[in-house]
Design a protein around this ligand. Structure first.
Ligand SMILES: [Zn+2]
Length: 335
């Protein structure tokens, strides 16, 4: 009996999130009973997974104090709302890895070609965070809900919730929370958004469909680029950064960690996942360096921020397993 099947079978226990810590333990016991030779700690033991993060020395906070995924939005808002210093123009570069696991941070330890380690060396740092909502408003730890939360600062459900509970759900045309992308553009700023996954901006069942329509109707200075390829996302964003009129808010959704996880497994035991995570981390550092090479960099105040919509386990991420819920938020600014 394969581990993938066991994870699939036992996810029924973890789909009921109100009591998932207890149910996850039951699920883990079932996996251990039926797969005694299995050694992937990320599947077998949530405690072992959390300990690996807490003992790594890579994170500012402990996993018990993990930040909610909504915090990424709050950090961007705080940067944009903070007083202007020395007349510098506030700008934001937000890079999200779809399926970026907290344990991915451990892959970057000690590397000089890592965007995450670059951020770790700043006054900001790398924080443990979690996806999937929190009591009493849980949400499926999948892409649509996760990206909606990162960009609106709201969970799916509860007061002001974005209502995206599955892929294919769209934030309502009226009454839904506004994304930071739309807000910056509405206030006269320029925004460039680059997504590999079409589910964010492309089609009438995409998460931000109504904002895309509204921004076009009102002639906002915002480009929603749905590119279907991480390399195109990276090159598009780099070209924007290298232009004199770089957008005030640049957002990237890189999808290949998620692809690798579904194909080869989520976690540092998976060569494909390791390659996807570390290569995108390197490419993100190149974007940071491109920002710093801008002719007008001295007159600009850039927030760099990196996060993820969800983690993963085995080859999936639709359950509230610890390795699925734990993500990271990394930034160059104290908050
Ligand atoms: Zn995703």
């Amino acid at each position: 009996m394969g581990v993938s099947f066991l994870v699939w079978f036992t996810q029924i226990f973890v789909k009921l999130p109100r009591i998932f810590p207890v149910l996850e333990s039951i699920a883990v016991v079932i996996i251990m009973l039926f797969s005694p030779g299995h050694t992937d700690g990320q599947i077998i033991s949530p405690k072992k997974y959390l300990d690996s993060l807490d003992n790594s020395g890579q994170f500012v906070n402990k996993t018990v104090d993990s930040l909610p995924q909504t915090k990424a939005y709050d950090i961007i808002k705080a940067h944009l709302n903070a007083p202007v210093v020395d007349g510098k123009v506030k700008k934001v570069l937000f890079v999200g890895f779809d399926g970026g696991m907290a344990s991915g941070i451990l892959l970057t330890e000690g590397k000089t070609d890592s965007a995450l380690q670059y951020l770790r060396g700043t006054e900001g740092g790398i924080y443990n965070a979690f996806a999937g909502g929190q009591a009493p408003y849980y949400q499926s730890p999948i892409s649509g809900p996760g990206w909606a939360t990162l960009l609106t600062g709201k969970w799916a459900n509860g007061p002001g919730g974005h209502g995206v509970n599955t892929n294919g759900d769209t934030i309502a045309a009226s009454g839904g929370p506004e994304s930071i992308l739309h807000e910056v553009a509405r206030k006269g700023g320029s925004v460039a958004a680059y997504a590999n996954w079409s589910g964010l901006f492309s089609g009438d069942d995409s998460v931000f469909h109504y904002e895309v329509l509204d921004a076009a109707a009102k002639g906002y200075n915002i480009s929603f680029n749905s590119l279907g390829d991480d390399n195109l996302v990276l090159s598009g964003a780099k070209a924007n950064i290298n232009s004199a009129s770089a957008a005030d808010l640049i957002f990237l959704q890189l999808d290949d960690c998620d692809h690798a996880g579904h194909n080869d497994g989520f976690g540092n035991h998976s060569p494909e996942y390791v390659e996807a995570f570390t290569s995108r981390d390197q490419k993100t550092l190149e974007l940071f360096k491109a920002v710093e090479a801008r002719a007008t960099y001295a007159q600009e105040d850039w927030l760099f921020i990196m996060s993820s919509d969800h983690g993963g386990i085995s080859t999936a991420h639709d359950t509230h397993y610890t390795a699925v819920r734990q993500i990271y938020i990394a930034t160059n600014k104290a908050f």
